[in-house]
Write a protein that binds this ligand. Structure first.
Ligand SMILES: [Zn+2]
Length: 312
């Protein structure tokens, strides 16, 4: 599977650059976030999960948290919280794993989650089996997918300020596509690294450079890597059916968030600033609550709003 984000990616970067509070991402952060967005699309398309796949990287460096979310319709958004200075050519360990406490979490949040139902979450460290710090997100995710799915996986990721791209190669379960039940997890695990066909394809895939991934179109990439293999190409998902930037924030959701914060906290913000301003960190949308709006938030449904309320 190959993903190449262009418009969705540049829109995401432009929205961040337009945020006067944060300003644009430093290049290493943009690169990490682009790789996360590309990986999120690959993983979502691979498992076809009905809901949001959320990739988070967090830890003990200047990048406190980086998040990429891809929904089943391939609508995606991403953001990063950065505090402090970054080395110019910062790699993954310099950004989120300075003291070795960095983690990567993959969350599957179902579309119609029942009340009380917890989303599925897997968490992996940012170091390998021998404790060595991993320098690339692709190494972290490859490791995660190998463990969680018991299937050999090769992942190549790259991003710059124009393109976020990725290539995913995964061995299909031996006894037929989509027929995971036919083979036990242990049998599948035994097969890791044993398939000659997979190993040959994976070696070819891993030879793809980041520069090639960023600059070549999909057909050229496939021809260059697998010119000796028989290739069948599925119709690409693009346009309205493909990956695109979209944010799920709304005034209602922000209102719920303020309700959870509690009346006391909201009143103290009002006392200090006169109104409550909440900006969405994903898309930059500003939500404004004046004292009347805020009072409405804490009016129980069914009760009459205070006499001072106005209808919007
Ligand atoms: Zn938003």
């Amino acid at each position: 599977m190959v993903v190449r984000l262009t418009d969705a990616w540049t829109e995401l970067l432009a929205r961040r650059a337009g945020n006067t509070e944060t300003g644009p991402y430093a290049p290493p952060v943009a690169e990490l976030l682009g790789e996360m967005a590309a990986a999120g699309v690959l993983m979502q398309s691979n498992i076809k999960f009905n809901g949001a796949l959320v990739l988070q990287v967090f830890g003990d460096g200047p990048v406190k948290l980086a998040v990429a979310e891809v929904r089943s319709d391939l609508g995606l958004r991403a953001t990063a919280t950065v505090a402090g200075e970054l080395p110019v050519d910062a790699r993954l360990p310099d950004m989120v794993n300075v003291g070795g406490g960095g983690r990567c979490a993959i969350t599957l949040d179902p579309q119609d989650r029942r009340p009380g139902q917890q989303p599925y979450q897997g968490v992996v460290p940012l170091h390998g089996d021998r404790g060595e710090k991993l320098h690339r997100l692709s190494d972290v995710l490859q490791h995660y997918m190998l463990q969680s799915e018991q299937l050999d996986t090769t992942l190549v990721l790259a991003a710059n300020d124009q393109v976020a791209a990725g290539l995913l190669i995964q061995r299909m379960p031996i006894k037929g596509e989509g027929n995971l039940g036919a083979m036990t997890a242990a049998e599948n695990e035994d097969a890791i690294g044993r398939s000659e066909d997979y190993n040959r394809i994976a070696t070819l895939a891993a030879s793809l450079t980041r520069e090639e991934l960023l600059t070549l179109d999909v057909d050229t990439i496939l021809r260059r890597l697998f010119w000796e293999e028989k290739l069948l190409r599925f119709a690409p998902r693009q346009g309205a059916d493909g990956p695109r930037f979209s944010c799920t924030c709304s005034r209602e959701r922000v209102g719920n968030m303020l309700r959870n914060l509690g009346a006391e906290e909201v009143e103290s913000i009002l006392a200090e600033r006169g109104n409550v301003e909440v900006g969405c960190e994903y898309c930059g949308q500003q939500y404004h609550f004046d004292p009347v709006d805020a009072a409405q938030l804490f009016t129980e449904p069914g009760k009459q709003p205070p006499a001072t309320s106005r209808v919007q």
